[in-house]
Design a protein around this ligand. Structure first.
Ligand code: FAD
Ligand code: SIN
Length: 549
């Protein structure tokens, strides 16, 4: 579609994953909604989610238990009010998803259902650090089932426009009194490489995380931290950027760099082995393979470095072949294509960057520091995950906060108009950029983050990273200002900024806690504090619990 025919929406949602599509469906009844995706609609983390959605549905389980498990894994930094909000509303979100037609797996069979059904019919899986079975799933392809259903509902809705191939570059803001208001966004049309101003009464960042900052990741290419970077440039605070989650079990294979092997497989009894066949997790944690992700990922990192090995192995071949094929059809099929029959053979695995726990600071309604600018899903920092995210709480957060944000927008809607005049994007740039500079800097940045800001950090490694990133940022900034932009360049610029925020936050944390482990400060500090950073004009580094209420 041409943007000129639709350059004004009541609500502009940037991102078409679980968070963006949910918010679109919850608000299209009262507003016109535009949903942008920089690539095809499915190119977000949501489509690739395997394990499922955490919610309390079993009679033997309780909300208190889910709350306590979340807080324990979060290592002193979860905001209890936010944990309660998400946990208490997760079952309601699953009910809504069932009403939309998501074909979750039921108790009567491990395969996905045809949709419909009720909450009591759903099969519940086990994942690490959850003290009960409480993971609702659609075999091992939960995200795909959720995404396809929500996309279909959005396509059917007259009030929603889905737009692929449009990359938001920056937010448009205006000063109002002592604060700022968001009035829209500059958006790049991939095909023509032209930038348009899109006006909106409300703008929602639903752009996902920033795991692409690392050389090895489970995430799709879209995870370049665009929402965090745009919000930062517009004046929003970000928090806890040092907490990057590394998933312990990404497939180690030259032809499948980013393929996840779900934690739910360990929930069904798969164990981790060294190349010689010895199990090792009991040496690190009494919960063995079901310890929290930070512990399992660090144990694998430690063992591979100690032995000089490239990977460890995940073994589920002791379980009945039928169960493995039915419960994990996607993984079974993909591994078979690569020559590994998981019903008989071990799966080579390594840790890889998986989830961004920090992000744009929001309150429980998804509101940011800027009026009429919202952030939902992985791009946000709500305080739910603390220093480490427990498995399958991310999707729950996407749905619950999207519900709350839609309610907040609905409350303000009648009293909000368009801001009026939107500025034009500054033109006059050189025609084409230097592709080599862009691709070289992508690689350099991601390797630098992997080597110096990875699972195990130190003060000197962080310093090295800081110096290199500063240089890269300078080069990228000059290039961005002087050339006609492309999606690659927009993403690189954002990733370089977000990598800088990660390093800065990591350097400020003089302790080890949850996902952040620093050899020079191996113990947790007596008091747990969030790392909150504000753009310079709001004052520099602020530490302490300064989240929005
Ligand atoms: P995403 O789904 O990542 O969507 C982001 C969207 O924003 C995309 O449409 C993208 O194109 C768009 N976008 C980004 N930047 C721009 C821009 N500048 N302009 C326009 N569009 C833009 N969590 C769980 O709870 N359970 C699981 O089982 C689980 N499994 C996972 C498995 C894998 C392999 C991965 C990678 C993650 C998994 N997670 C899981 C995490 C979870 O999937 C994500 O946190 C969640 O899906 C994020 O949803 P989102 O809507 O915030 O963002
Ligand atoms: C997985 O299936 O292991 C991923 C679950 C998650 O990231 O929450």
């Amino acid at each position: 579609m041409t943007l000129s025919s639709a350059c004004k929406f009541d609500i502009l949602i940037i991102g078409s994953g679980a968070a963006g599509l949910t918010l679109a469906l919850r608000s299209a009844g009262f507003a016109s909604v535009g949903v942008l995706s920089k690539a095809s609609l499915e190119q977000g983390a949501t489509f690739y989610a395997q394990g499922g959605i955490a919610a309390v549905l079993d009679e033997g389980d309780s909300l208190e238990s889910h709350i306590e498990d979340t807080i324990t894994v979060g290592a002193g930094l979860c905001h209890r009010g936010m944990v309660e909000h998400v946990v208490n509303n997760s079952a309601g979100a699953v009910r809504w998803l069932l009403e939309q037609g998501v074909p979750f797996s039921t108790r009567s069979g491990a395969g996905a259902s045809g949709g419909g059904g009720d909450l009591s019919s759903l099969h519940l899986a086990q994942e690490g650090a959850h003290s009960h079975r409480r993971i609702i799933h659609a075999t091992d392809a939960t995200g795909k089932a959720v995404f396809q259903t929500l996309r279909q509902r959005a396509r059917e809705h007259a009030g929603i426009r889905l737009m692929e191939g449009w990359t938001a570059v920056d937010l448009i803001t205006q000063d109002v009194g002592a604060g700022r208001r968001c009035a829209g966004a500059f958006v790049l049309d991939d095909a023509s490489r032209r930038v348009f101003a899109v006006e909106a009464k409300f703008v929602v960042l639903a752009t996902g995380g920033a795991s692409k900052a690392y050389l090895y990741t489970t995430n799709p290419d879209s995870a370049s931290g665009d929402g965090i970077a745009m919000a930062w440039r517009a004046g929003c605070r970000v928090a806890n950027m040092e907490f990057n989650q590394f998933h312990p079990t990404c497939l180690y294979h030259p032809h499948a760099r980013s393929f996840l092997i779900t934690e739910a497989m360990r929930g069904e009894g798969a164990w981790l082995e060294l190349p010689g066949g010895e199990r090792f997790m009991e040496r690190f944690d009494s919960r063995g393979e079901l310890a929290s992700r930070d512990i399992v990922a660090r144990a694998i990192d430690h063992e591979t470095k100690r032995l000089g090995e490239d990977c460890v192995y995940l073994n589920i071949s002791h379980q009945p072949a039928e169960l493995v094929r039915e419960r994990f059809p996607t993984i079974h099929r993909r591994c078979l294509e690569l020559g590994i029959d998981i019903t008989r053979e071990r799966i080579p695995v390594v840790p890889a960057a998986h989830y961004t726990c920090g992000g744009v600071m929001i309150n429980r309604h998804g509101e940011t520091d800027i009026e009429n600018l919202y952030a939902v899903g992985e791009t946000s920092f709500s305080g739910l995950h603390g220093a480490n995210r427990i498995a399958s709480n991310s999707l729950s957060e996407c749905f619950v906060i999207a519900f709350s944000a839609a309610e907040s927008i609905a409350r303000k809607f009648a009293g909000t108009g368009f801001a009026g005049h939107c500025p034009a994007w500054p033109e006059g740039r050189a025609e084409s950029g230097d592709d080599i500079l862009v691709s070289h800097n992508w690689d350099e940045l991601r390797r630098c983050m992997w080597d110096f800001v990875g699972i195990v950090r130190s003060d000197s490694r962080l310093k090295r990273a800081e110096r290199r990133l500063e240089l890269l940022r300078g080069e990228i900034h000059d290039h961005f200002r002087s050339h006609r932009i492309s999606r690659d360049l927009v993403e690189l610029r954002n990733l370089a900024l977000v990598a800088g925020l990660i390093v800065r936050s990591a350097a400020a944390r003089k302790e080890s806690r949850g996902l952040h482990y620093n050899l020079d400060h191996p113990e947790p500090a007596p008091e747990a504090c969030d790392t909150v950073i504000a753009p310079r004009e709001h004052g520099d580094l602020l530490r302490g619990d300064q989240a929005l209420s």
